[in-house]
Design a protein around this ligand. Structure first.
Ligand code: TRP
Ligand code: SF4
Length: 332
């Protein structure tokens, strides 16, 4: 059976948190290990410049940290191509060519882009840059450079992907070819983890637990988790239904036996919230033990070498694609 090509990327925002792991990385690893796909996973550093063009000082270290998170989580450079977007300038050239045939109002109307602009506003960026308007076209180039057919992403990326299909279709129509596939999103309904304060988990709220956190840091965060707001005193019976953050985490990380025990002890006031959250921290630590050990074993130098090799492999394919695109467009 001919394997389908799968492409996905993440912006290097810094050390990833366990929400990224449960929602994205874990799924990538399952897809990689299914051996059903020819996988391309990359770090979208140009995309982070679409909103954070002035914050370049930490970019290099963010790239190293995210690569460590990728590798420790189980992405395997022998099975998947793992690379840095900006190391493949062919992607930029394909982006430029696709931009020529993409109507401006496709980009302007993209609701995902509108969310991005709103997000940027919250972090103090008030203008829409040319680069940010090009976000979905660059994303399309990321995918089409490798002739990606399947793109595992969150629901929030749906509109971007729709535009990628439209751009592929338009290219094929204009040049009377079927060269580009129309990439399809692969949505996974993974439970999204809340931050310890019951808001969306995000490093900017300091409500996250890093994949790379120490055991102590993890427990310090779980101790902050919101519990049952109606449980005033230790001697009050709690309600796992009302428990906003801690219990939902048990449901994700603990086995049925423990979940049932917590529920029973909580609702009969045999268990206090502080102890309950410390125990949860330990369960999370056990869950991430191997990943964290693996992560600590990588030096920066090793990680950069792995990335360099991935870049070289990916670039061979990117060059091939660009050559064919130019041929189709009668540019070479
Ligand atoms: N926009 C994606 C996100 O924010 C990241 C991304 C960039 C991407 N290029 C991509 C995802 C190509 C899939 C394919 O999550
Ligand atoms: Fe939540 Fe545990 Fe407290 Fe019950 S005992 S409210 S489950 S933290």
């Amino acid at each position: 059976m001919l394997k389908k090509t799968l492409v996905s990327g993440m912006r290097p925002t810094g050390k990833l948190h366990i929400g990224h792991y449960m929602g994205v990385l874990r799924n990538w690893v399952v897809l990689q290990n299914s051996n059903n796909y020819n996988c391309f996973f990359f770090i979208a550093d140009w995309h982070s410049l679409t909103t954070k063009y002035s914050e370049t000082a930490n970019l290099k270290s963010n790239i190293i940290e995210i690569t460590k998170d990728f590798l420790a989580s189980g992405l395997n450079p022998e099975k998947s191509s793992i690379y840095l977007q900006s190391a493949i300038p062919e992607i930029a050239e394909i982006f430029l060519l696709l931009g020529m045939l993409t109507p401006n109002n496709w980009a302007e109307r993209d609701p995902t882009l509108k969310d991005l602009v709103k997000g940027a506003k919250n972090s103090g960026i008030n203008e829409l840059t040319y680069g940010m308007l090009g976000y979905p076209i660059l994303q399309t180039a990321d995918i089409l450079t490798f002739k990606g057919e399947v793109v595992p992403v969150g629901k929030d990326q749906e509109a971007h992907l729709e535009m990628s299909r439209e751009i592929a279709r338009r290219f094929n129509f204009i040049f009377n070819t079927n060269f580009f596939p129309e990439p399809k999103p692969l949505f996974t309904d993974t439970a999204s983890l809340k931050g310890v304060d019951n808001n969306k988990m995000s490093k900017s709220f300091n409500n996250d637990i890093k994949i790379s956190a120490t055991e102590e840091e993890t427990i310090n965060q779980t101790k902050k988790m919101i519990t049952d707001p109606l449980r005033m005193k230790r001697s009050d019976a709690g309600s796992t239904k009302r428990c906003q953050v801690a219990f939902p985490y048990y449901e994700i990380f603990a086995n049925t036996e423990i979940i049932n025990k917590v529920k029973q002890e909580c609702e009969t006031a045999q268990r206090g919230c502080v102890d309950c959250k410390i125990e949860l921290g330990k369960i999370i630590n056990a869950y991430f033990k191997e990943i964290r050990e693996k992560r600590n074993d990588f030096t920066d130098k090793e990680v950069l070498e792995i990335l360099e090799e991935g870049n070289m492999k990916a670039q061979i394919q990117a060059k091939e694609c660009l050559f064919k695109v130019k041929e189709i467009m009668k540019l070479n």
